[in-house]
Design a protein around this ligand. Structure first.
Ligand SMILES: Nc1ncnc2c1ncn2[C@@H]1O[C@H](COP(=O)(O)OP(=O)(O)O)[C@@H](O)[C@H]1O
Ligand SMILES: [Mg+2]
Length: 418
């Protein structure tokens, strides 16, 4: 193999040291533990040292491997150097992703195009591979120089050194990645706590505000109703003004009620709840809204479904909010609400489909956020779905919104009563 300028070996005694490494020749199974004298060109060692110092451990494992492979390629001149490197499996992955890094001598691009991990460079006559202990990385060096077959060839010493450096770099990179992930988790937890704190403050504030507002608002609604009835045949413009006053007050009342429900966790305790009874109660409660929307309700309740573990008042509120939203979205004619209840393993699934105007894809990620609403006509407070979400979370259940064509499906999954 014609490598970088041959080192002057006259004064390398201080570099001689004994190291133990594991070497795995290609096509040979099992590892051979060998003890060797190190006899390497100081220029190579310098270069390797530099590369080791420059290993970008902060940027992760792939960057570390890439850096060392590149450095080895530069040191070893005409040799080809490569590494097989398995990235750790992501959650849900069966196997880790395999990455292959190569560094070919200049003008050698056409050679060694194989991807067989046991032979990265099939274009070359000789190839040796070293497994980096405990990191599962295999470093390959290939050449047409027959000395590459010799475990004692200087190039193999360099490769071994590089492999050890890489192992260290990978450990650092992993530690870095873990530290970064931990810091990120901590940040999220912190955000969560800040949000929870804000909600607690909002809760206290809301309770106070609602308490103050409730009585005067109820009086305004009641007296406007009374005045409207009393002056049924009065001035049309005045009647219109009275109607507006009544509607506005009713809207504030609705908002304050939502705000309290959102901010004040209920003190109900979990019980055995037949979910179909809760759904029926919510439908009865929404009778007026359903009639106003001209909605047809279709029920598909699987017989003999288990009861759920839940808090009936809160669950009723979940379905009242979902039915109300669906009614608001329904077309003027032919609005259909389909409620299905099914049992699955240890959960009960309730789906609610409507054939309304649906949710814009870009809104899907926002609808559960407090105060998000697209209703500009005063019918919305933007709190309904966030209340629904927090109730379902309290039940350790799941909630999904999906687009149908046309319409929307909400899926509520609740743990069943043992
Ligand atoms: N069944 C549905 N069909 C279409 N859009 C919906 C439906 N349910 C919810 N949305 C959308 O989600 C938004 C948030 O709902 P919600 O939190 O209940 O607030 P609000 O009903 O007061 O606007 C609504 O403004 C609407 O844009
Ligand atoms: Mg709503």
């Amino acid at each position: 193999m014609s490598t970088a300028p041959k080192p002057d070996r006259s004064d390398t005694s201080e570099l001689r040291e004994r190291v133990t490494v594991s070497s795995v020749p290609v096509s040979q199974e099992g590892r051979v533990s060998v003890t060797r004298r190190l006899d390497i060109d100081p220029a190579w060692l310098d270069h390797l040292l530099l590369a080791t110092c420059e290993m970008p451990v902060r940027e992760g494992e792939a960057a570390v491997v890439e850096c060392l492979v590149r450095a080895c390629g530069e040191i070893l001149g005409q040799a080809a150097v490569g590494a097989c490197f398995a990235l750790p499996a992501l959650p849900g992955d069966e196997v880790g992703e395999q990455r292959i890094f190569k560094c070919l001598p200049p003008g050698e691009e056409a050679r060694g195009v194989g991807v067989d991990p046991t032979r990265l460079f099939p274009g070359y006559a000789h190839e040796r591979a070293l497994t980096v202990e405990s990191n599962g990385t295999t470093l390959h060096v290939a050449s047409d120089d027959p000395t590459i077959e010799d475990d004692d060839a200087p190039v193999m010493h360099v490769v071994r050194r590089a492999a050890l450096a890489m192992a260290r770099g990978l450990s650092f990179a992993r530690a870095h990645e873990k530290a970064r992930a931990d810091a990120e988790n901590l940040r999220k937890l912190n955000d969560h706590m800040v949000q929870a704190e804000k909600l607690a403050v909002l809760g206290q504030l809301a309770a106070g505000v609602v308490h103050e507002l409730n009585n005067p608002l109820t009086a305004i609604v009641a007296y406007t109703d009374w005045l409207l009835k009393r002056h049924e045949n009065g001035d049309a413009a005045d009647l219109e003004r009275l109607t507006r006053i009544g509607e506005s007050a009713a809207r504030i009342l609705r908002f304050t009620r939502d705000l309290v429900a959102y901010a004040r966790p209920s003190s109900e305790t979990p019980a055995r709840v037949p979910i179909e009874l809760v759904v029926e109660r919510a439908l009865a409660f929404c009778e007026h809204v359903l009639a106003a929307a001209g909605a047809t309700v279709e029920r598909r309740f699987e017989p003999g479904v288990h009861a759920v573990r839940g808090m009936p008042e809160q669950l009723a509120q979940v379905f009242v909010n979902l039915f109300t939203n669906a009614c608001h979205a329904l077309p003027a004619e032919g609005g259909v609400l389909r409620v299905a209840i099914t049992g699955r393993d240890d959960v009960v699934v309730v789906t609610l489909d409507d054939n309304g105007h649906g949710i814009e894809p870009e809104h899907l990620g926002q609808i559960f956020a407090p105060f998000f609403t697209t209703k500009t006509d005063g019918r919305g407070t933007g709190l309904g779905l966030s209340i629904v979400k927090s109730i379902i979370d309290r039940h350790k259940g799941e909630l999904f919104a999906d687009r149908l064509s046309p319409g929307t499906r909400f899926t509520v999954i609740l743990p069943r009563w043992e």
